[in-house]
Design a binder for this molecule. Structure first.
Ligand SMILES: Cc1cc2nc3c(=O)[nH]c(=O)nc-3n(C[C@H](O)[C@H](O)[C@H](O)COP(=O)(O)OP(=O)(O)OC[C@H]3O[C@@H](n4cnc5c(N)ncnc54)[C@H](O)[C@@H]3O)c2cc1C
Length: 425
């Protein structure tokens, strides 16, 4: 049987970082990736641009991490947002800071980031095997036996330490199908329930429901849970396949999904004109009504809203779009202002893992050392990246979880193996 110091399972950002970091310590490392190439998911991040990390200072960075920023803190200090930028720049990937302190490659190419990380792992000496799916991990006093299926054969590999970096359940076509949770459970490591996060939200079938491809820029979206105002975001809203999507929905989705799961009522209200004061909005409506080119209520709305929102908007008004301008009453005006300020959208569900950016839940953090990523139950078994019960807001934070925990797992696994090798003489 082939003998390796450390086997890393999964060639996403966490696995590549772990493999390169461990190999740099001078131990033998084999990374097993079941897909035809490494980092399939990384290649589609940030709509192909890859939001690598976020430049915010560490204390503020940590406020974007769930459910336990404290667990993540030692990893982030060990390998920070600045450290991943430095590492990638050494691999020839130049970066820049965009809006919201988000860091992207200058090339705007997620593929370049994936290849930079792959080269990092290989150059440090990790042996990377694709088309190699791990089917089971057995543990005994002698270490680990890993069963691997390749297109040609089934083989077993003996390892002194294992790093599980198999990702979560989101976008399963990229290879992340939750295998790591099964490995964890089989080895006696607890896994908390998983659910989709950063995910599109399903609108209830009610008057005013937004239709497909409605794209609203520069709006404010307020989240209400059980009629209580919880949070708000400003930016761009998209509707895709009958679901609310786009950056502001994703940012508010974590709280919305938790509320839906708890059986609470979830509603968004949109301020479609957040830049206008009440007085400016009234003046704008009066000006448009006085314009001879505006013949009726529909004409008024067309001057103020994107055309694909008008039919839905009209469903929430007391008068029809054909009502002549001269007949528009104070009640009509009040209704228009109210709807422009608080356009209601009730939410009744959320998308599945195939649409979710990340998985919330996973390997229970109580079972893992936060300074090593080592299981407290099974020595020399490590977890890194999304397989852990760690996730974050959009903005580059999720990839940093993969980089930092991958680094810590790789470093501590290598140190432990080196100590054992020294003890063995
Ligand atoms: C559309 C989309 C866009 C995103 N954009 C961003 C962004 O811009 N910025 C950001 O910070 N985050 C983004 N994310 C989230 C980010 O991609 C993930 O958090 C990150 O990829 C997790 O890294 P990971 O290495 O833990 O897991 P993954 O990237 O999921 O990698 C796990 C790897 O393990 C392999 N594997 C699984 N099971 C086995 C097995 N049994 N044997 C062998 N190999 C196995 C898989 O094939 C996969 O390659 C995005 C996610 C999606 C879906």
């Amino acid at each position: 049987m082939e003998k390796i110091d450390i086997v890393v399972i999964g060639g996403g950002p966490a696995g590549l970082m772990a493999a390169g970091t461990a190999a740099a310590e001078g131990v033998t490392v084999m990374l097993l990736e079941k897909m035809e190439k490494v980092a399939r998911k990384l290649r589609i991040t940030g709509k192909g641009r890859c939001n690598i990390t976020n430049a915010r200072a560490i204390p503020e960075f940590l406020t974007k991490i769930y459910p336990s920023p404290n667990f993540f803190k030692p990893s982030l200090y060990s390998f920070s947002n600045q450290d991943i930028v430095t590492l990638l720049e050494k691999q020839g990937v130049k970066t820049y800071i965009d809006r919201g302190e988000r860091i992207f490659p200058v090339s705007e190419s997620a593929k370049e980031v994936a290849e930079g990380l792959n080269a990092f792992a290989k150059e440090r000496g990790a042996d990377i095997l694709c088309h190699a799916e791990v089917v089971s991990i057995a543990h005994s006093a002698d270490g680990f036996t890993i069963s691997v299926k390749t297109p040609q054969e089934s083989r077993t590999i003996a390892a002194k330490a294992v790093i599980v970096a198999t990702g979560g359940l989101s976008y399963p076509l990229t290879g992340s199908t939750g295998a790591g949770y099964a490995f964890a459970r089989e080895l006696g490591v607890k896994v908390t329930p998983t659910h989709p996060s950063l995910v599109p939200l399903e609108m209830a079938d009610k008057p005013g429901k937004l239709t497909n491809t409605t794209n609203l820029k520069n709006i404010e979206m307020v989240l209400w849970i059980n009629q209580k105002k919880i949070d708000k975001e400003f930016g761009e809203l998209e509707v895709l396949d009958g679901k609310l999507a786009g950056p502001i929905t994703l940012r508010l989705s974590r709280a919305a999904v938790a509320a839906i799961d708890a059986g609470s009522s979830v509603r968004f209200t949109l301020d479609l004109k957040p830049a206008l004061s009440p007085e400016q909005l009234d003046n704008r409506i009066a000006r448009e009504l006085a314009n001879p080119a505006v013949k009726n209520l529909g004409g008024l709305l067309r001057t103020m809203l994107p055309s694909n929102l008008i039919d839905a908007f009209a469903e929430l008004l007391p008068s029809p779009l054909s009502k002549p301008t001269a007949d528009v009453s104070p009640k009509d005006k009040k209704a228009i202002v109210n709807r422009l300020r608080e356009y209601p959208i009730d939410i009744e569900g959320y998308g599945g893992f195939s649409e979710a950016i990340v998985t919330a839940g996973g390997v229970d953090l109580k079972e893992i050392g936060s300074k090593t990523m080592e299981s407290r139950v099974v020595g020399s078994l490590y977890f890194a990246g999304e397989v852990l019960n760690l996730d974050a807001d959009t903005g580059g934070y999720n990839l940093q979880i993969a980089f930092s925990t991958g680094f810590v797992a790789g470093k501590s696994a290598a140190q432990k193996v080196k100590e054992a090798n020294r003890a063995d003489g």
